[in-house]
Structure formats: structure tokens, C-alpha cells
Design a binder for this molecule. Structure first.
Ligand SMILES: Cc1cc2nc3c(=O)[nH]c(=O)nc-3n(C[C@H](O)[C@H](O)[C@H](O)COP(=O)(O)OP(=O)(O)OC[C@H]3O[C@@H](n4cnc5c(N)ncnc54)[C@H](O)[C@@H]3O)c2cc1C
Length: 362
């Protein structure tokens, strides 16, 4: 099977790798730098914040992914000879904590409880906080690099900085893509263009179920904090990297495709970070990425109802890194006729189109 994947963020790359593993000849085309959009901008937390606030269809995907992650990363490391720095650093959730949190964890087999008194970085974590020791993070830019290397190791091709100019169509069948002045032909096509799937792509229509949601992040230098675990409080998080850098995020800004940062975002995030860790210096970097937003955070993974050989892996919103292994498998199962490990109906375009977007809180 020859497959062209449009978009080389984590969704295109993970799907490309899964298909290549199953013997497909894959080509990924990206109009920018591979992994350079939302995939680069994120925090790389491999966990929903917070799962007991999400619905069953989302958590089924997320929990399956959490189970796959260690093996997935191990295979990736072997194929790519690149370490994406998957690190089980644990998650400390500071109050307020919903009543259902502990029962939810118990029901789903996740360890959680009171934090140990000697958690690095906090003189004394508040006793009513919640400690989830199994939660992991990954260095998302390195994950993209590792996925790309693994695809190449299996004979796949990735071309970035090529703009799609036209899509060849015969009735409801895609035949080719013209990009960067070259024609690429394949049996199957996958759209993995993240937030930009909400816009028309050449002669393919937009997916209105997806919307852009900007997120700003701050980066602090190593050396001024001792934090080693991810900390979350009321919509805000801190993520300490292995090398001591500290990420703080993130904003949720609806409707913008512009990766601009602003002073309001910087001030809000810095205030929250300094409120949790006293003595933090000024951030050394401030950036924004555009999430592929979807109602209920449910991605669209499966066939496009209007084209016989077009598949979708889009709309992963806040959790594209977390969901990557499972969505890649679900997509490849549907493309190769294998029995999917999860029900696919909740992740269809039809289901996504029937969901409504809540009015965004300002
Ligand atoms: C601030 C922030 C924090 C986040 N934190 C986390 C986290 O901690 N954990 C987590 O799991 N997720 C997190 N996310 C979400 C996660 O980053 C996204 O869900 C994920 O990156 C989506 O991947 P994608 O490949 O679908 O999209 P993208 O990474 O945006 O990739 C889409 C690709 O398509 C390409 N493209 C677009 N249009 C075209 C076209 N016409 N032709 C060719 N190529 C095209 C783009 O250039 C891009 O490379 C975060 C996101 C942000 C912004």
C-alpha cells in the first residue's frame, strides 16, 4: 500500500510510522518544518489534565495510550536511535481537587494518594493535594525527531517545506497530490494537518468540527528550582525537564491561527508560576502554538465519509502527544482492515460534526 500523509506533526508522524511498520510505503508532506507546529510548542505531558473531568470516549483513548506508551517509546528508541526523553516524573495535583478524583483513579487502576513529605521542590506539599506517581512526560520536539528517524529507518520519506498546490481527484477517489511542483501518487491519503484541517486544503473542503486554539508557554532556565515532578493547579501546570529547564503553561485562546505571544499571556503565566515557586527568575523564552481544537477533546480518526481513500487523524486538541500511539493504531487498523482495539464510532467525522462547541470562557 502506498500512503501519502499530509502533515508531519505528531499525528502524521505516528500514523506514518504505524503504517510503515505494517508494510506500507509512506510519504509525509509538510508545508513547514516537520513537527514544527503544535507538536513542537506543547508541554509533552503524557496524561490528561485531569482525566476525571473528561468523558468515557476520551478516557478510553487516553488510558489505552498510557498503557501503550512505554513499549511504543522503547520500539521508537530502537528504530530511531533517538531518545525522546520519556520520563515518569509523577504529577502533583494541588487543591482544589474534585471529590471524584481518588475514586476515579482507583476504578481505573491508577495509583494516587497523599504526596510524600519529601517531594523535591516543595518544602511541604499541601496535605490535601493528590500525588499520581505514574504520570510521565516526553520531550515533544525530540519525539517528533525520533518518529521521523524511525519512519526513515523503515524506508519512508518525509518532505517538509513543500506546499500542497493541488489534489488530483477522480470522482470520490484521490489520485495524487501536487506539492512543491512535483506530483505524488498513492493508493491512500491521510489528512493530519492539525489546526489547519479547519481550512480548505487545495480542493479538499474544510473540517468545521476542528478549530484553532492558541496556547502560550513560558520557559525558565535550570538552576533556580528543585522541582522534579509535574505540578498542576486549576488549569495551570509546571513541567520540569530532565536537564532542569522548567515549562509553564498554558493559555487557551480560541479562534486564532497566529502564533503570536502577548504581554497578558506572559504576565498571567509568570504570576501563576511565581505563585507556586518563589524565587523564579524571569522566563528565558515565551512562545505559542496552535492546537487542533475539537469538542470534548475527541479527535477524528478514520475514513472521510465523502472520499473512498481519504483518512483523517486530526483534532487531538490538548492531547495529541498523549493520544498518539493509540490514534495511530486505530487509524492503521481501519486502513488495513484489521479489527480495531477500540470502538471507532466516537472518533468518526460524523460524530465530531454532530458535537457542539461550548461557548469559550473568556
Ligand atoms: C501550548 C500547548 C501545550 C500542549 N501540551 C500538551 C501536552 O502536555 N500533552 C499533550 O498530549 N498534548 C499537548 N498539546 C497538544 C498537542 O501538541 C497537539 O494535540 C498535537 O501536537 C497535534 O498534533 P498534529 O500533528 O495533529 O498537529 P501539528 O503538530 O500542528 O501538525 C500539523 C502539521 O500539518 C502541517 N500542515 C498544515 N497545513 C498543511 C498543508 N496545507 N499542507 C501540508 N502540511 C500542512 C503543519 O505544518 C504541521 O506541521 C499542547 C499544545 C499546545 C499548543
Amino acid at each position: 500500500m502506498d500512503v501519502i500523509l499530509l502533515g508531519a506533526g505528531v499525528s502524521g508522524l505516528s500514523a506514518g510510522l504505524e503504517l510503515a511498520r505494517r508494510g506500507a510505503r509512506v510519504t509525509l508532506l509538510d508545508r513547514g518544518t516537520l513537527g514544527g507546529e503544535s507538536t513542537w510548542a506543547g508541554a509533552g505531558i503524557v496524561f490528561p489534565l485531569l482525566p476525571w473531568q473528561y468523558g468515557a470516549d476520551f478516557n478510553r483513548l487516553a488510558l489505552t495510550s498510557l498503557a501503550h506508551y512505554p513499549d511504543w517509546v522503547e520500539q521508537l528508541r530502537e528504530l530511531s536511535h533517538t531518545d525522546p526523553e520519556y520520563l515518569v516524573s509523577g504529577l502533583l495535583v494541588l487543591p482544589p481537587i474534585e471529590e471524584e478524583a481518588a475514586p476515579w483513579c482507583a476504578e481505573h487502576g491508577l495509583q494516587c494518594g497523599a504526596p510524600p513529605a519529601d517531594l523535591p521542590g516543595f518544602a511541604l506539599p499541601p496535605p490535601d493535594s493528590l500525588w499520581l506517581p505514574q504520570v510521565a512526560q516526553i520531550r515533544n520536539p525530540r519525539l517528533a525527531r525520533a518518529l521521523a528517524e524511525a519512519i526513515r529507518a523503515l524506508g519512508g520519506h518525509i518532505e517538509d517545506n513543500v506546499a500542497v498546490e493541488d489534489i488530483g481527484l477522480q470522482g470520490s477517489r484521490l489520485t495524487s497530490v501536487r506539492a512543491g511542483g512535483k506530483i505524488y501518487r498513492a493508493d491512500h491519503f491521510v489528512l493530519a494537518t492539525g489546526a489547519w484541517s479547519s481550512l480548505p486544503l487545495a480542493n479538499l473542503p474544510a473540517l468545521p468540527a476542528i478549530r484553532p486554539v492558541r496556547g502560550q508557554m513560558l520557559l525558565y532556565p535550570p538552576g533556580r528550582h528543585r522541582l522534579q515532578q509535574i505540578v498542576y493547579q486549576d488549569g495551570f501546570y509546571l513541567v520540569p525537564r530532565k536537564d532542569g529547564h522548567l515549562l509553564a503553561g498554558s493559555t487557551l485562546e480560541f479562534g486564532s491561527y497566529a502564533k503570536e505571544t502577548n504581554e497578558t499571556g506572559r504576565r498571567r503565566l509568570h504570576q501563576r508560576a511565581s505563585g507556586l515557586l518563589s524565587g523564579l527568575p524571569e522566563p528565558i523564552r515565551h512562545w505559542a502554538g496552535i492546537r487542533p481544537g475539537s469538542p470534548d477533546n475527541l479527535p477524528v480518526v478514520g475514513p472521510h465519509p465523502d472520499y473512498v481513500n481519504l483518512y483523517l487523524n486530526v483534532g487531538h486538541y490538548r492531547y495529541g502527544v498523549t493520544l498518539a500511539p493509540t490514534c495511530a493504531r486505530l487509524l492503521a487498523d481501519q486502513m488495513t482492515g484489521a479489527v480495531p482495539e477500540l470502538p471507532t464510532a466516537p472518533y468518526s467525522l460524523q460524530a465530531a460534526s454532530a458535537r457542539t462547541w461550548p461557548e469559550p470562557a473568556v
